[in-house]
Design a protein around this ligand. Structure first.
Ligand code: HEC
Ligand code: HEC
Ligand code: HEC
Ligand code: HEC
Length: 355
């Protein structure tokens, strides 16, 4: 398939089969460009998404909330004046939403499984963040033999969610992966698109807590009424968000071949995330969570932050990911991060949806 070619050739088949499989082409991203599917798997992933209309029968409110976001518009922005300017500088002709490069982050590709080409009816949608659902859609919400979520015993719920994760679903509880997926788009790990195309080098201000609890927020389960994530969840979203930013930005910098807008922006991101983690560790003081944060931040050597350093940066990114995932798994159900409250951003990106 016509994936962004420079990314493919640089990455080759390294990392195929890693726990996190990158499928840029399906608009579904994990940790920026560390590993990617081979073309067979990529084709499967294009068939994987079924589109948000496949979620609406059970998630009506989530759909309504999504329709009020920039993500819902992300296909349309390709047709804007700045969008056309990017295309021109990249030397791309034809309709913008048909460009494999733009599809990577601005649309949901889906197929009816037939011989026709994948369609692009939607912008960034449910499956861009929760992963293509064809394999997991049935199992993830299967309450039987119980009739309602209230009746469902905890063990059944855990089993159902584990089965969905097994089939590739990115669960809200898998915070590092959930976050890395955001950074896979929001760091814009595409050097040429940034340096030649003039595309923004990602969202400089992106921070997981503030950006997931504003317009993106859709917390309706158990009649929650889209209330903000509770305190313990806010803390872990903030901390793991910084870890995933560090990992994603390192992976992106590993792709940099020249000194330019792209490499500069990634170095700024890495430096900021590392500093944020330093503050988090200091606030946590002594103890296991603080040591884990310190160890993770120490994986990044200042003199490694430069273009043309793929191997060293790729290794650092992988190490950050391993420690970040371990941290998320160890602490997400333990309310031990209260000491970071003073560091949590109070700003929310966009207005949360209310009905
Ligand atoms: C046939 C009904 C049905 C469909 C269709 C459906 N879901 Fe669900 N979904 C459920 C049920 C039931 C739950 C569990 C709700 C609960 O625990 O309160 C759920 C839970 C979820 C969760 C939260 C899982 C967790 O960690 O608790 C996510 C995320 C999700 N669905 C995403 C999707 C997406 C994306 C689609 C479309 C691609 C979709 N669902 C389609 C029924 C469905
Ligand atoms: C790797 C992911 C990625 C790719 C590939 C990508 N974009 Fe983007 N694009 C983004 C993100 C993320 C934003 C939001 C950036 C921000 O917060 O400033 C964005 C924003 C934009 C905007 C600005 C929207 C606005 O109203 O501010 C335009 C225009 C745009 N992209 C066009 C394109 C075009 C055209 C292509 C293909 C040639 C493309 N993008 C490919 C991720 C991507
Ligand atoms: C931009 C990425 C993104 C998109 C698009 C997205 N989600 Fe989510 N979803 C998330 C994140 C992040 C969380 C966890 C957020 C939190 O803890 O506040 C989540 C949580 C959920 C949950 C659990 C909510 C709860 O009450 O705990 C459900 C259900 C869900 N998503 C379904 C959907 C459906 C259906 C769509 C499409 C209509 C969708 N999501 C679109 C990122 C996304
Ligand atoms: C498949 C790529 C992709 C993924 C994954 C993704 N985004 Fe985005 N996001 C975009 C693009 C492209 C835009 C710009 C859309 C536009 O301007 O219309 C955007 C815009 C946004 C905005 C609005 C920014 C503004 O200017 O106000 C927020 C907030 C946001 N994303 C949060 C998130 C969060 C949180 C996650 C992960 C849970 C996430 N995104 C995952 C591609 C993505």
């Amino acid at each position: 398939m016509n994936a962004p070619n420079h990314a493919r050739s640089r990455l080759g088949r390294r990392g195929v089969g890693a726990v996190l499989t990158l499928a840029l082409i399906a608009g579904y991203l994990t940790v920026a460009a560390d590993s990617r599917a081979d073309s067979k798997a990529t084709t499967d992933l294009i068939r994987g998404p079924i589109g948000p209309t496949g979620c609406v029968q059970c998630h009506e409110q989530e759909l309504a909330a999504w329709q009020a976001t920039h993500h819902f518009q992300s296909k349309k922005v390709l047709f804007s004046k700045p969008g056309k300017a990017v295309l021109k500088k990249m030397g791309l002709r034809g309709l913008p939403h048909k460009q494999a490069l733009c599809q990577t982050c601005h649309v949901t590709l889906f197929s009816d499984g037939g011989a026709t080409k994948p369609k692009t009816k939607w912008g960034v949608s449910c499956e861009s963040c929760h992963s293509p659902s064809k394999e997991w859609i049935e199992v993830h919400g299967k309450l039987t033999p119980h009739k309602t979520v209230e009746e469902e015993p905890a063990a059944h719920r855990a089993h159902r969610l584990a089965a969905a994760a097994e089939k590739g679903m990115i669960l809200p509880s898998d915070i590092f992966r959930l976050a890395s997926n955001c950074f896979g788009c929001h760091t814009v790990p595409q050097e040429k698109l940034v340096n030649t195309g003039g595309h923004s080098a990602g969202s400089a201000e992106f921070e997981l807590l503030g950006w997931s609890q504003g317009e993106v927020r859709h917390r309706f389960m158990r009649n929650n009424g889209n209330k903000e994530a509770p305190p313990a969840r806010r803390r872990i979203l903030y901390v793991v968000g910084q870890m995933a930013d560090l990992g994603g930005s390192l992976s992106a910098l590993a792709l940099a071949t020249e000194d330019g807008a792209f490499s500069k922006a990634m170095i700024v991101r890495i430096t900021k995330a590392k500093a944020a983690l330093g503050k988090i560790a200091a606030a946590l003081g002594e103890g296991a969570p603080a040591s884990a944060v310190k160890e993770l931040a120490a994986l990044v050597a200042a003199d490694s932050l430069k273009h043309g350093n793929a191997e060293v940066l790729g290794k650092a990114a992988a190490a950050v990911r391993a420690k970040g995932e371990a941290f998320a798994a160890a602490y997400q159900d333990k309310d031990v991060l209260g000491a970071v409250d003073g560091l949590l951003p109070t700003e929310r990106r966009g207005k949360p949806f209310t009905k």
